[in-house]
Structure formats: structure tokens, C-alpha cells
Design a protein around this ligand. Sequence first.
Ligand code: RIB
Ligand code: NA
Length: 305
Amino acid sequence: MEVLVVGSANADLVVGVERRPGAGETVLGTDLAVHPGGKGANQAVAAARLGAVTALLARVGDDAHGALLRESLREAGADTDGVLGGPTPTGVALITVDPSGDNSIVVAPGANARLAPDDVVAARALLSRAAVVSTQLEIPLETVVELARRLPPECRLVLNPSPPAALPPEVLRACDPLVVNEHEARFLLGASGGRAGSGSVEEAAWAAALLELGPRSVVVTLGARGALVASREGSEWVPSPAVRAVDTTGAGDAFTAALAWRLARGEELVTAARFAVRVGAVAVTREGAQRSFPTFDEVGGVAKG
Ligand code: RIB
Ligand code: NA
């Protein structure tokens, strides 16, 4: 198997808004849309749709949202044997999207909070077959820790620490790469992170500071501006093709999944990132998360950045 994703699966309840309400304020939005989402399921669907041999280890509820997620994964061609059910309801993400395509997300974890270290232990057969394992932080941190401990020697761990949390050194050291956006980078660097600059000099300093935390490599994603790829050997800027953003939801997940897949195929990190920015760029031009992810052929049509 090329990519094993260990992570969350959510039903995304999405409302378009002219602008986000402030505290104590009410605004009217568009009609409600319900889409399959969750950073883990998003990555699994994104990788599978590109053509990667992919499996997801996750927990959903025995409910309609869980069925929606299984269906989306199956349609994309991901292995769902590791998608476990149970009485706890499927996770739900409450999402608002504004006219610029930016979103705000609140996640009610539901069954995701039940994905336990024991589930990782029980999935040892899946784990032993994976070239790359990709995970995020919408599942319990102790599950991510167990995963880092049980990683087969030849297997690469890709971690997107979202939503951000303090990571134990043993997890940070296992990351190759650690994939962060601006929020996540700033969180991990604490006050020393400062602001993202407009030039590559500031981001290179960020990446260097993140490498100090222990990961073998770092990818800083900066939305429309592309990504900075850094390892002990140095750093390189990978620009993103210019596209018109409709909905950025899940674009980061698509980027990370594409990266994980190309790494599983043995590509260099920078080469993998050049492909991944194009996948992310397609995802932002369409509504929703999983439903916006491209096939391999659709990526070919996007101008190279
Ligand atoms: O990264 C986007 C995802 O974040 C959404 O699909 C939502 O479910 C939340 O997990
Ligand atoms: Na999208």
C-alpha cells in the first residue's frame, strides 16, 4: 500500500456567509450543504482519487453521516476496512465559507475522539504494508504518539498538526515532513514565530526554527503563495499556480495527501511538493472538501506554478 491515513472523518455542515458573525451577532447564510469531510477522510479520498493505493484508519458512528463518509471513500477507491463503526455519532464540522473562499471551522469530534492507541495496535497489518503514513490532530494525541512509536522502520510519517497542539519530541522527530500552515507554524514556534513575511527570507527562518524542533523535514504551506520545503540540506520555495478561489476547505488536506503519495512513490520532497501545490490549487476552485479533489488527469490541466 502506498498511503495509510490515520485520522478523522466528519460530516461537514457548510453555510455560505457574506461575512462571519461577531460575538452575540446573528447573520443569515445560504442553505445548508452536508458534505463528507474530516482531515483524515479528506486525505484518504484525495490520495485515492489521484490513483494512490490508499487506506484509512478512522472511527465513524453507525449513522447516516458515517454511511456518507464510507460511500465517499469507496467511490474514490480507498480501502475502508480500517473505518471502524460504533454507537458514538460521527464527527461533525460546522463550517462557514465567505465570498473570498476562506472558511472558519468548528469540529465536534464525536467518534473521532474514540480512535484509540489500541486501534493503532490492532491495525498492525495495515501499518506494516504502508510506504507512508499520514496523520493529523483531529484524533487523540495519544493515538498519534502510538502511531509514531509503531511506525515500521522503512515507513515515512507525514504529520499535519491541525488543529495545533503541543507535540511530544518523539512525535516531532518521526515527522518527514511536518506539514504546517501559517497558524500551525506560529503555534509550534510560540511567540518567537513572529509574522509570516512577504518574502522567502522570513519563511526560511520559520522553516529553520521548525527544523530545530526535531522533524527530518518541514513543509510550510502559504495558501495562494505556494509552499516552502526545508530539510537539513536547505530550503526551496515552490510557487502555486494562480487560480480563482471558491472554497479553500480541504485544500490543505489535498495538498498533504498528494505530497504523501508522491513520497510513497519515491520522489524527492521538492518534486512531490511541486505536484502537491497543483492538486491543492484545483481543490480551491471548487466547492466542498472531498468533492473538490481532482483526479490525476485533472491535475495535468493546471498550469505549472
Ligand atoms: O481541513 C478541512 C476539514 O477540516 C473539513 O473537511 C472539516 O471536516 C475539518 O476536519
Ligand atoms: Na474546495
